[in-house]
Design a protein around this ligand. Structure first.
Ligand code: FES
Ligand SMILES: [Fe+2]
Length: 357
């Protein structure tokens, strides 16, 4: 007889029953005092113009984020290492940021390059923490981790290395943890109950691709037994692929469609200071070698992707607004959610600090 075991942090009894743990017992899943080390969106690119500095906060860290005169973005710990003035009160000076209080100057790596009142003396070696930031999909992203980034910003696997067009959606807030929003897209039962998909259409097969990346895939025919099924069957008479890719339990990509025309949607989520979700949805489409397709067809595909996203978001918002997530009774149909939790639990936590110490 098999002994009881713990797979990741999910208890598996001898009978094969899954028993999820309470929030306090997880390493990462639904916790509000840490996040998985990884990339998180920090702000939309359009919020930061050239030669401007603005304050930002994420994972309990206060930051001063600035765009240099050449257009590069840098993020430093907010409080000046001299006396603690907020660096977002300062101003951008070429490629550097100058503190408002005594005008010390810092480059994008956080090194102090100028102390105006001490020019005659040998420069003092002073620095502040610089965070790794990159711009992608109309967002500025930050690497939350103490080591250099181990990987690039997530992308739909099928678009990796390909040319694509994208459209950044509106900012949204959900009244629950980002992990809870993420598991919704692999919650097989609710596609039938909340989104009215006919029959037992889903069986999300998990595949762990890297330590931070897990993929769930379902390929099947949607039975045309109700209105939604008939509508889907009009577009997808043959097999329909529904694929989810997740990183850090917070960024996910949805790929929908038969092989000749995939719709691509990304959800970039992060934990808010109040423990809820702040996010953006980004619609993508592959760029064609035909400029007319890019100009006329691709915007329609992006619109279609957004409409599909909105349809599913509608039903889910009711859940997210009022749920008090407590996964007390996992059943076999929750197998994909359990695989998500197990994968997330193996990732490394980055503590949400209340100070920049
Ligand atoms: S506090 Fe920033 S230069 Fe003095
Ligand atoms: Fe949903």
């Amino acid at each position: 007889m098999q002994a009881n075991s713990v797979v990741g942090r999910i208890f598996v009894s001898r009978s094969g029953q899954h028993k999820a743990l309470t929030r306090e017992q997880y390493n990462l899943f639904t916790r509000t005092d840490c996040v998985a080390i990884g990339w998180y969106w920090l702000m939309p690119s359009h919020a930061l113009r050239r030669n401007k500095v603005i304050p930002a906060s994420i994972a309990g860290r206060e930051l001063a984020v600035f765009r240099t005169s050449s257009g590069e973005v840098a993020a430093l710990d907010a409080y000046c290492p001299h006396m603690g003035a907020h660096l977002a009160e300062g101003k951008v000076d070429g490629e550097q940021l100058r503190c408002f209080f005594h005008n010390w100057c810092f480059d994008g790596n956080g090194n102090c390059t100028d102390i105006p009142c001490q020019k005659a003396k040998a420069p003092r070696v002073v620095s502040t923490r610089a965070w790794v930031v990159r711009e992608r999909y109309g967002l500025i992203w930050i690497w939350l981790g103490d080591e250099a980034p181990a990987e690039d910003i997530p992308i739909h696997p099928e678009l990796n290395g390909k040319s694509y067009q994208y459209s950044l959606g509106n900012f949204f807030i959900k009244n629950c943890h980002p992990n809870v929003v993420m598991i919704n897209a692999i919650d097989e039962q609710h596609f039938h109950t909340v989104h009215n998909l006919p029959g037992d259409v889903l069986n999300m097969e998990p595949r762990r691709l890297t330590s931070s990346h897990i993929q769930f895939k379902n390929t099947g025919i949607v039975p045309a037994t109700n209105v939604i099924g008939k509508l889907i069957a009009k577009f997808y008479a043959r097999e329909l692929t529904y694929k989810l890719d997740y990183w850090y339990g917070s960024t996910g990509t949805v790929t929908l469609g038969p092989d000749f025309m995939h719709l691509y949607l990304m959800f970039a989520l992060r934990l808010s200071a109040s423990g809820n979700t702040e996010g953006y949805a980004i619609a993508f489409t592959r760029k064609s070698s035909n400029a007319l397709v890019n100009l006329l067809i691709n915007p329609l595909l992006i619109l279609l992707t957004k409409l599909a996203g909105l349809y599913f978001a509608q039903g889910d918002t009711r859940i997210f607004n009022t749920i008090k997530f407590d996964f007390k009774t996992p059943i076999a149909a929750d197998h994909a959610v359990l695989a998500f939790i197990q994968h997330l639990e193996k990732q490394t936590p980055f503590e949400c600090s209340s100070s920049n110490a």
